[in-house]
Each structure stands twice: as C-alpha cells, then as structure tokens.
Design a protein around this ligand. Structure first.
Ligand code: TXA
Ligand code: MG
Length: 333
C-alpha cells in the first residue's frame, strides 16, 4: 500500500481522509496513534491487522470537543466531569459506559469505551477535520515500543496505512493514564503521563490506592495489561542498585547500552571504561520522554542489549516509567 506522508500544516487533509475509511497515523502529546473513524467498523478492524494486535484489546477513542461524548457514551460516573475539567485536553483516558453505536470491535466486546482528548495542536486540527471520534491505539506493531517521533511512526507503519501525519517528537513520550470507575472509586488501569499525585489532587479518597487492587484484578479490568508490551527485540535488563550499576562496567555488560539519570553521575565517572553507549538524563521525566526513542535507536544500532535504571516507587512519572521498564525487561535485573 502506498502511504501518503503529511506535514503538520496538512493536518486537515490528513483528517479528511478518515471519512473515506482510511487509516491515518497522527501525533499526540503522548505517542503517535493509528487512527480510524470510530463508527466505521471495517476501518477499525483494519487497525488490528495493521498492528498485529490481539482482538481482545480495546481501542481508545479520541475527541477534540466534549460535545462528541454524546454519540460515544451513555452516562458519566461521579467526578468524571471534574476529571475532564482538570486534565482535558491532555493525557488522561476515561473508561466510560459505551453507547451501542460503538462497535464491539472497538470495545473488544466490553460494554465500556476509553475516551481521551489530546492536547497536541496538530492532533486537535486533525481530529476536528476528521469530524468524527477517532479510534486509535499506539501506532507501533503489537508488543513493540510506541512511536514517539515521525521517523519511528514511519518505520512502524509505512506501507500499512493510507497516511502518516508529522507532528514532531512527542512531548510526554509515554502513553496516557487509563482510569475507570469501579462502582465506588476511580482506579488506575494503566499508569501514564498524568500522575497518581495529580489524580489524587482532584479525586482525593475517591482514587483507589496503588496497593488496593486485588491481584489479577487489573488484568481483568484492562485487557491490554495481559499482553507483552513495549519490548525492543534485543534484551532489556533493569538497574536497581549500585551492584547492578557496577556490573554495567564489567563483561559482558560493558558493551550493552546504558540508560540512567544524572543523579548518581559520580558513578559514571568510569564511563570511559565501558564501550557501550551511555544516555544520561536530568530526571525521570526526561528519561520517560526519551525511553521509547532510545529503545528504538538502540535496537537498530547493533548493541547486544539495553540496561536501564528502574526508578524508585513514587507518585510522579516514576509509576508509569516503572511499569514500562518492568514490562520491557520482563522483570529481569
Ligand atoms: O496515549 C495513549 O493512550 C495512546 C495515544 C495514541 O492516545 N494510545 C494508546 O492506545 O496507548 P493503546 O491501544 O496502545 O493502549 C490502550 C490501553 C490498553 O491497555 C487497553 O487495554 C486499555 O487502554 N483500554 C482501552 N479501552 C479500554 C476499556 N474500555 N476498558 C479497559 N481498558 C481499556
Ligand atoms: Mg499500545
């Protein structure tokens, strides 16, 4: 298939393609999405084949105006409007009771639909031109890290979709936070760019604590958490301690790439003693922003593997970063 590439100034042309049943990759502040008209079942079904995505994993729907919620959802749970006021447009996905117009392909047979309103200016122009809510998973091939740049999006999807819209590098670099009302409180189904601390500032005790979710319950609530995710094709190992870091300077790991933050930069004074590339970031936010593009670049660079610092547990971006690194490494230290 021939893929048309659109500049950011051509967001309207790219959005108009969706009414013809096309698949178009578009930028958001989190990661690039692989979009189709949510009400076009055939186009939504093609998303799954373009990605190689399991059918049991539902798609997030993207809107630019809350008026679009009418055709998508039946009702709003308590505090939903407070959440929208506080975090939309932005990287928060609310799982809501779906309108029957939303097909089972989009919701993977669930009676809910995930909805979010992106903040990215190019995404907003694209969604407005589309003139319909847009179903879109991250634009990676299933299991791989999500694209956070135009080049990564092209690498993953050129030849598989009708269009790819350039919006530059993604500001956040990790996916949106997905939350759902459980009947008594809001629960985080997937940690992401909106942090637990930020959610708590709006929800207070109406936010389920991180240790409150019964084991196995998260997998039931959010199908996507069951599948392997965010993995480069080379091995990823976590650095959790000083001893782990020492190993990064010894055989065989001294040839592996190392991703860390500058906090302990004294520990990296020995940097010259290792031959693998080192990427040091100012803080966790910067590590999060660059994680997927690093994974992608290092994956194709010929290094044997990637060592990456696991942040400590915390209410900030650490929670999402830990989640992605734990999955990419399958918990291997
Ligand atoms: O930042 C993002 O969220 C990006 C951009 C493109 O918006 N999208 C994204 O989509 O990451 P995807 O499909 O890669 O991940 C969506 C996650 C999956 O874990 C899925 O299981 C969960 O959201 N999800 C979607 N709809 C759901 C629903 N109705 N109930 C429970 N979980 C849902
Ligand atoms: Mg994804």
């Amino acid at each position: 298939m021939e893929t048309r590439l659109f500049t950011p100034e051509e967001a309207v042309e790219a959005g108009c393609l969706l009414s013809q049943g096309a698949l178009v990759v578009f930028p958001t502040e989190t990661v690039y999405g692989l979009g189709a008209d949510v009400f076009n079942e055939e186009a939504c079904a093609r998303i799954f084949s373009a990605k190689g995505r399991p059918q049991d994993n539902p798609l997030i729907t993207h809107i630019f105006d809350t008026a679009q919620l009418d055709g998508l959802v039946l009702s709003l749970p308590p505090l939903a409007e407070r959440l929208m006021d506080a975090f939309w447009p932005g990287p928060l996905t609310l799982v809501l009771e779906k309108n029957r117009r939303v097909s089972d392909i989009v919701s993977a047979g669930l009676d809910t639909v995930g909805v979010r309103m992106p903040r990215h200016r190019v995404a907003q122009a694209f969604l407005k031109a589309a003139n319909t809510p847009v179903a879109a998973p991250s634009a990676n091939r299933s299991g791989k890290p999500s694209p956070t740049s135009f080049a990564m999006a092209c690498n993953a999807m050129e030849g598989r979709v009708e269009g790819i819209l350039d919006g530059g590098p993604c500001e956040n670099g990790l996916e949106s936070t997905v939350i759902a009302w459980t009947g008594s409180r809001w629960a985080i189904l997937r940690p992401g760019s909106v942090t637990r601390t930020e959610l708590f500032s709006i929800l207070g005790d109406n936010l389920e604590g991180s240790d409150a979710t019964p084991h196995g319950e998260l997998e039931k609530r959010s199908p996507g958490t069951r599948h392997p995710h965010y993995k480069p094709s080379i091995p990823v190992r976590m650095i959790c301690s000083k001893e782990d870091l020492n190993k990064a300077y010894q055989e065989p790991y001294s040839t592996w790439a190392l991703i860390d933050i500058k906090e302990d930069s004294n520990d990296h004074e020995r940097g010259k003693a290792r031959s693998g590339p080192v990427r040091l970031y100012a803080d966790w936010q910067e590590e999060a922003r660059n994680l997927y593009s690093d994974f992608h670049e290092l994956d194709v660079s010929g290094v044997p593997g990637i060592l990456v610092r696991l942040p400590p547990a915390g209410g900030g971006i650490e929670e999402a970063l830990r989640n992605r690194i734990l999955k990419a490494s399958e918990g291997c230290i």
